[in-house]
Design a protein around this ligand. Structure first.
Ligand code: NAP
Ligand code: FE
Length: 367
């Protein structure tokens, strides 16, 4: 049995978990860079809980609240300069994957002078600000991964800075912060988490330990599927989805993602389709493709769902995602060229050919 597995992030979960762990913040530094999106950190109450704890601890902070969805490279350099000007010595990321991913790059860039053209090259020193992350969506698992995924206009796509130095020190999970998520974001982020767990099991780096965690994540998400379809999303369901998304984050931190994510990036970059929805629109078709070569692997994944065939699995995704966006053949041809160059295409036990990628795009959008 071969296992490689790393999780350096301390995970704390529970109701009022931020306030209950004031000592964790006290040990991080003197002045926090708090990284958020425009509204949700405040609207969810997470920002007030964090600043309350920092005030009580006698720690100071500066808030950078300009992170947009699918953060840009310009945004993370801007935040890093702000952190330097403010003299921050640790980072608190609050929000969905976008603020959390941006916060990781800011923690790196505020300590190291890395020109933009070398940003993705690795070779960073260990001088990175320590990070505490508080997710307010239940999807990306960024609170436990070493990836900072940024929109990169040079390649007209999204690309990941990946380094063990980017693991947050602490992840604090409190489902109360996800209560005000819209229905669409709740569904899209749940599908992102499902996609992470499923892709993790199809990765060339899958291993028995990561598979156990992926299976548990899939089981817990599927236990919430009826509630999601019926729009009956209780506090208990939100807690399950948050836990499942962190589990799936633990998986991809060790396995990486595959063609679904590689192909989804163009849907987000060019068509502004939410990250999780983009994955969900492609996931069912990809499973059908992989099933032709690895039927036993797909059967294993399906065993953790409440469905027995890929078609039934696709039915669940259809019920959650509704009608697909309109795409033209010229667009899918262009997206195919870009997806073929993504690193995660070759991270799967089944490597799709260029023709298969294009056919998958076309089938997913009824072309
Ligand atoms: P997001 O882009 O962080 O947030 C989407 C929207 O939801 C924003 O409008 C945000 O508002 C809002 N929102 C967040 N929390 C909310 C809450 N509690 N209540 C109401 N609204 C809330 O979406 P995401 O799906 O979580 O993250 C997507 C990003 O993560 C993508 O860039 C993707 O590539 C990346 N990702 C990273 C990893 C990784 O391992 N690092 C894995 C998968 C995906 P505000 O702007 O006001 O906050
Ligand atoms: Fe994702």
């Amino acid at each position: 049995m071969n296992i490689q597995y790393l999780t350096p992030t301390k995970i704390l979960m529970g109701k009022n978990c931020v306030a209950a762990n004031a000592a964790v913040f006290a040990g991080m530094g003197k002045k926090a860079l708090i990284v958020t999106g425009r509204r949700s950190a405040k609207a969810s109450g997470a920002l007030q809980d964090v600043t309350g704890v920092l005030d009580a601890n006698g720690q100071t902070y500066a808030v950078y609240d300009r992170v947009m969805s699918n953060p840009t490279i310009a945004c993370v350099y801007d935040g890093a300069a702000f952190a330097r000007d403010e003299g921050c010595d640790f980072v608190v990321g609050i929000g969905g994957g976008s603020p959390m991913d941006a916060a990781k790059a800011m923690a790196l860039l505020s300590r190291q002078d890395i020109p933009e053209e070398k940003l993705y090259d690795g070779g960073y020193t260990s001088d990175v600000l320590p990070m505490v992350f508080i997710p307010t969506t239940a999807g990306t698992g960024s609170e436990v991964t070493q990836y900072s995924i940024l929109t990169n206009d040079k390649i007209q796509s999204k690309a990941s800075i990946s380094s063990p130095l980017l693991f947050p020190a602490v992840a604090i999970l409190d489902a109360k912060y996800t209560e005000k998520l819209s229905y669409a974001t709740t569904v899209n982020t749940a599908i992102d988490a499902l996609s992470h767990a499923v892709e993790g099991m199809l990765s060339v780096r899958a291993n028995p330990l990561a598979d156990c965690i992926a299976a548990e994540s899939i089981r817990r998400i599927f236990a919430c599927i009826d509630a999601l379809i019926q729009k009956n999303i209780t506090t208990g369901v939100r807690e399950e989805l948050l836990f499942a998304s962190t589990l799936a984050g633990l998986v991809i931190a060790n396995t990486g993602t595959t063609a679904v994510h590689a192909m989804g990036y163009s849907l987000t970059y060019f068509k502004d389709i939410d990250h999780g929805r983009a994955n969900g629109l492609l996931l069912g078709g990809f499973l059908k493709l992989v099933e032709k070569s690895f039927p036993e692997k797909i059967a294993e994944i399906l065993r953790h769902t409440s469905k027995s065939t890929v078609d039934e699995f696709c039915g669940v995704l259809k019920a959650l995602l509704g009608d697909v966006e309109a795409l033209a053949l010229a667009e899918t041809a262009r997206f195919t060229e870009i997806a073929c160059k993504a690193k995660n295409i070759s991270n799967c036990i089944f490597i799709p050919s260029k023709e298969e990628i294009e056919a998958l795009y076309n089938a997913s959008f009824g072309l």
